[in-house]
Design a protein. Sequence first.
Length: 207
Amino acid sequence: MSQVEKENPRVLFVPTASGDSSQYITYFYEAFNQLACEPHHLSLFNPPKRVSLEEYVLSHDVIYVGGGNTKNLLVLWKAWGLDVIMRKAWEKGIVLAGTSAGSLCWFEQGITDSLPHALTVLDGLGFLPGSNCPHYNDESERRPSYQTFIQSGEIKSGVAQDQCVALHYRGTDLYQALISQPNQCAYDVFFDGEKVVERLIAAEKIG
């Protein structure tokens, strides 16, 4: 909440990627009701009725996107025009955040397990340059797959983060990496013409 200059910011949870899981929504309220904020959520299966979708989304100070199926998230957002609204939110200075699908959706590209039995390259919203790979250390196929896609040119160079790492951007520039557990890392990952290189990103411990 320190990124918002308000004592009681309005926080919007968007659980589209989980199919608006009721349990996920409950977990969100249980966690955020303990913080100095005003929590809300957005369900595309039960959208706001008294105001437009755009008005509702843009009335918040922070938008937090949950994990799940990134492909489904992007398809639904585009069908509802929420991709355009999210860009308006970003340009307005609303803090955009998220985990897993809620991380890679903001980038030009990412790798996803949205399709069964395979990791594939997926185009994101393109707010942030390059590609993103969450779950870098906790899902065994993520790291080698990401590097293979980068080396083959199927995906752009980008940033990867271990399970307990947050990437903090200001505009389109990576400002800092934050870790909540020891031995967790973030990396710049790129092809130097001969091999794929992982360059460690300095991270600050929080919590």
